[in-house]
Design a protein around this ligand. Structure first.
Ligand code: TRP
Length: 328
């Protein structure tokens, strides 16, 4: 029997190439080997959001990118967290067996407190408990995540062990499946690519926008004059050539080192290969955008398939804990 994969991502709107290389590409491939459940975690987004005006729109945009990239709602269950109330219910129950100290010691929590000292809400502390609920509700075996999420996954495993010890063996311990590309750097070459830092390139950008943004990329900063030799191993443009111009990287590295290739030409050729690689995605995305009600249909079907699994797990959880069974 195929194992089950669960993963979630916050609704950040239109996805960028860092999202694709770091997560989406992997989500697509895993569909061959696993039964996959993919969730837009909009409740998680609320822990750090004071303005919800863009939340629904961002969820739709992200969904369109997921679908255009090949996440397949026939084979996988694709849904929105807030459409399946069992996530919130299990979160509450798991919170009762999670020591507060497990949560406040997490580096991710400390980081958020540093970033937003004025908004340290109760939900933020429980963020990893909600994440544990997401995963175990589907009894997932494997969870594709980036390195930054490993402490959260370890916490999920600890919660699972504690639950199983207290109430009997209900949940499997999920394994982390690290994504192949750990860190796609942004246009600045220093920070991870992210929309909030505006150092990103959207998958659905036009070829012209893509070219403009690529031309702003920071290259090897020790290369001041055109005749200076470059160092491809420390250059982010070269790193992206590795993804998009894989068949010519040796030649590019050689010409960079000998200064036969200048940074501007190197970036122009990167933009050209990116635009070529992204063309099929972009065509499919604009086709999907035209289809009225598509996202809503996919999400309604996803939520009902997710709920069937979630409701069965919750029945088992309530009974193992020993809550008075409800009739009907
Ligand atoms: N915390 C994850 C992130 O910030 C998102 C997430 C929520 C998640 N629930 C999940 C990831 C369950 C994997 C599995 O990226």
């Amino acid at each position: 029997m195929k194992g089950r994969v669960f993963s979630g991502a916050r609704p950040t709107g239109k996805q960028h190439i860092g999202n694709y290389l770091g997560a989406i590409q992997n989500y697509v491939q895993l569909q061959d080997e696993y039964n996959c459940v993919y969730c837009v975690v909009d409740i998680h987004a609320l822990t750090t959001l004071d303005n919800t005006a863009e939340l629904a729109g961002n969820t739709r945009e992200m969904l369109l990118d997921w679908l255009a990239a090949g996440m397949d709602p026939q084979r996988s269950i694709i849904f929105v967290q807030s459409h399946v109330p069992e996530h919130s219910e299990l979160h509450t129950l798991l919170s009762m067996i999670t020591p507060l100290a497990w949560l406040t010691r997490l580096p991710t929590f400390k980081e958020k407190v540093r970033q937003h000292p004025e908004n340290v809400n109760y939900g933020l502390v429980g963020y990893p408990v909600l994440m544990a609920a997401d995963i175990v509700l589907y009894k997932a075996d494997a969870v594709p995540v980036g390195e930054d999420q490993l402490p959260h996954l370890e916490l999920t495993r600890e919660i699972v062990r504690r639950f199983n010890t207290f109430f009997g063996p209900v949940f499997p311990e999920p394994e982390a499946k690290l994504t192949t590309y750990r860190r796609v750097m942004g246009l600045d070459g220093v920070n991870k690519m992210s929309k909030s830092l505006n150092n990103h390139i959207e998958l659905s950008a036009t070829p012209e926008e893509t070219r403009k943004r690529v031309l702003t990329m920071v290259t090897d900063t020790s290369r001041v004059y055109r005749r200076d030799p470059g160092h491809p191993e420390i250059c982010n443009v070269f790193a992206l050539h590795g993804f998009y111009t894989a068949d010519r990287t040796e030649e590019i590295a050689r010409d960079c080192r000998s200064a036969a290739l200048g940074c501007v030409d190197c970036k122009k050729s990167l933009a050209a290969s990116m635009n070529e690689a992204l063309a099929p995605f972009r065509a499919r995305r604009s086709e999907l955008e035209q289809r009225q009600g598509l996202v809503e249909d996919v999400l309604a079907d996803g939520a009902s398939r997710a709920r069937a699994i979630a409701a069965a797990t919750m029945a088992e959880v309530r009974s193992q804990i020993g809550l008075l069974p409800r009739r009907g």
